[in-house]
Design a protein around this ligand. Structure first.
Ligand code: GTP
Ligand code: MG
Length: 597
């Protein structure tokens, strides 16, 4: 049977998974309602976090499909996938047009010599402008240096949600047949005869984990055949090799994995039995074979310290709270989370290194769902030294805001050592592009939302390490800190809300040292949120319910990571996310402050 290997790529939310699901449904590989986004967090957030494999059969051909995540924090994962497939479906929203991540994934694809098939999706949207968007995509191909062959791309129009693809906008197609036909026509078979007769060569581009089987590797067979229960040689990036044995072998079929005895050249398989296998190594039949070109995994850019929860409320909500339980969980994470690094050497914490705030937040969110309690320190940018020079990660920030807000945005980013590289009008809005140290960007997102009244759009993407940009002064928000343990009362919160924005609502249990809000003045303020009503202050109906409280700013993982200061911890439990001072009493904080100075 012939094989085709493709990946679906796009900016976040443009419809990759919806399209993949529809392809599976129409080829009989999945039922209505089944989706590639199948872990809880993906379902809840409505985004793809991990790239995943499936395959469908069409006209006696097996089409392996990798559905990739669109969020920029996972960009390096998409890059790895692109090395292992033969073509991509580039999905572009018919209203939004090409967005920052469209550009990134297209650029990588073109550099690798792939010939994308373009799918203008969501043509059913009221504000869809497929012709205009097609033109914009063409411009983007040009800008990115596409060669003639690549420029001559095929465009399809789709309503992925309804499982429809068309070759021209006027077609009355009712399913995805035009897309499947295009794939067979435009994407070359995964291997020729020559490769088939060679000894095995396969390369993992992803990892997975199974409680019984241990680490699993997902990879493409470039040459020869892979057989279950056979010994193999693993060639590493340093030119060394080690021995191993395949103990289980799977191919992908719809949403399932199918256990097989052997698989052919060109196929994408998942194997068990190699507990120390890593991305980009070459699995082959004998040690004299040449290794495939290595696949690089991008380095982490930020780090944070992870502790056992030491707050006065520790252990109240979590099932797993001990050092040992947390360590085991983190070790398990390393089996699959390729961009993550963890240093276990410190006595009182684990140092976790990741690719961005979202990347870190997903790990922590998964842990709290599973019943873990932890607390973390403020995320820090990784600074390294290369040939005597201090280097730090930089990001490209692409912003779209109403014109009148652009001044504030430019001023803030410039103040954080950003350099503007583009400023263009965009349909009544302004498009602003900055290059800025990640350090300057940490915590900016929350300010951006406030400054642009929620109307601005902000995308960021790591572009690599560059020379250290010098000191960045950020004006820290002050914290409103509870001086007491107890239940917050509406009456006290009402009085406090003039002095800043609150993170809690009435009846929230608080403890001494817990941060219940920020202060507009910018200085820390210790308060009592549990104070009862004083008779002289009773007004109107006088009941707590009648008090007009502003809705609190809900503390989330990402918000907490963004606004926390160096002398604070974020406490993360299955039920709650609380910000607290490292030193819980005011006396301790004063003493610590003195010692520092
Ligand atoms: N109107 C309309 N909405 C669509 C269409 N296709 C997908 N959507 C919606 O767009 C949203 C995002 O779809 P997904 O398939 O999750 O997007 P994605 O590209 O996989 O997103 P990430 O994996 O997070 O990058 C969902 O709410 C879909 O229902 C379409 O053809 N028309
Ligand atoms: Mg998706």
């Amino acid at each position: 049977m012939e094989i085709r290997n493709i990946a679906i790529i796009s900016h976040v939310d443009h419809g990759k998974t919806t399209l993949t699901d529809a392809l599976m449904r129409q080829t009989g590989m999945a039922e209505t309602g089944e989706s590639m986004d199948n872990n809880d967090l993906e379902k809840e957030r409505g985004i793809t976090i991990l790239s995943k494999n499936t395959s469908v059969y069409y006209q006696d051909t097996k089409i392996n499909i990798v559905d990739t995540p669109g969020h920029a924090d996972f960009g390096s994962e998409v890059e790895r996938v692109l090395l292992s497939i033969d073509s991509v479906l580039l999905v572009v929203d018919a209203q939004e047009g090409p967005m920052p991540q469209t550009k990134f994934v297209l650029k990588k694809s073109l550099e690798l010599g792939l010939k994308p098939i373009v799918i203008i999706n969501k043509i059913d949207k009221e504000a869809a402008r497929p012709d205009e968007v097609e033109e914009m995509v063409y411009e983007l191909f040009l800008d990115l240096g596409a060669n003639d062959e690549q420029l001559n791309f095929t465009t399809l129009y789709a309503i992925a949600r309804d499982g429809i693809a068309k070759k021209t906008l006027g077609d009355d197609s009712e399913d995805l047949t035009p897309l499947l036909d295009t794939v067979l026509e435009k994407v070359g078979p995964a291997s020729g005869k020559e490769a088939k007769n060679k000894p095995l060569k396969m390369q993992p581009f992803n990892l997975a984990y199974d409680n019984f089987l241990g680490r699993l590797a997902v990879g493409r067979i470039y040459e020869g055949e892979i057989k279950n229960h056979t010994p193999v040689i693993i060639k590493d990036k340093e030119g060394g090799y080690r021995e191993g044995k395949i103990t289980k072998l799977f191919t992908f079929e719809g949403l399932k994995k199918k256990e097989v005895d052997s698989a052919q050249t060109g196929d994408i398989v998942m194997i068990a039995g190699l507990p120390d296998i890593f991305i980009g190594e070459t699995i082959c039949a004998n040690k004299d074979q040449e290794a495939l070109p290595a696949i690089n995994v991008d380095e982490p850019t930020i780090s944070l310290n992870l502790f056992i929860n030491s707050s006065p409320f520790a252990g109240k909500e979590g099932k797993f709270v001990t050092n040992r339980q947390i360590k085991e969980r983190l070790e398990k994470e390393l089996e699959v989370n390729v961009g993550l690094k963890i240093d276990f050497s410190a006595i009182d914490h684990y140092k976790v290194y990741g690719r961005g705030e979202m990347h870190m937040a997903i790990l922590l969110e998964n842990m709290r769902r599973e019943g873990y309690e932890v607390q973390i320190s403020q995320p820090q940018v990784i600074i390294k030294e290369v040939e005597g020079q201090k280097m730090e990660p930089f990001e490209e920030v692409i912003i779209n805001v109403p014109e009148e807000m652009s001044g504030t945005v430019i001023k803030k980013l410039s103040g954080r050592r950003g350099e503007m590289t583009e400023l263009t009008p965009d349909h009544g809005n302004t498009r602003i592009v900055f290059e800025i140290p990640t350090r300057g960007l940490l915590g900016y997102r929350n300010e951006f939302v406030v400054d642009t009244k929620g109307e601005g759009i902000l995308y960021t993407r790591v572009i690599g390490f560059k020379p250290y940009a010098g000191e960045i002064r950020k004006h820290d928000m002050g914290a409103m800190i509870s001086m007491i343990k107890g239940k917050a009362l509406g009456f006290s919160l009402y009085n406090l809300q003039d002095r800043g924005s609150l993170y809690i609502e009435p009846a929230t249990e608080v403890y001494e040292g817990m941060i219940i809000g920020n202060t507009s003045k910018g200085e820390d303020l210790t308060v009592n949120p549990t104070k009862g009503k004083q008779l002289t202050n009773v007004r109107a109906s006088g009941s707590d319910d009648a008090i007009n409280l502003n809705p609190p700013i809900k503390m989330t993982l990402e918000r907490g990571m963004g606004i926390m200061s160096e002398d604070e911890y974020l406490e993360i439990t299955p039920e709650s996310i609380r910000l607290r001072k490292k030193f819980l009493t005011e006396n301790e904080r004063i003493r610590a402050g003195r010692n520092k100075g």
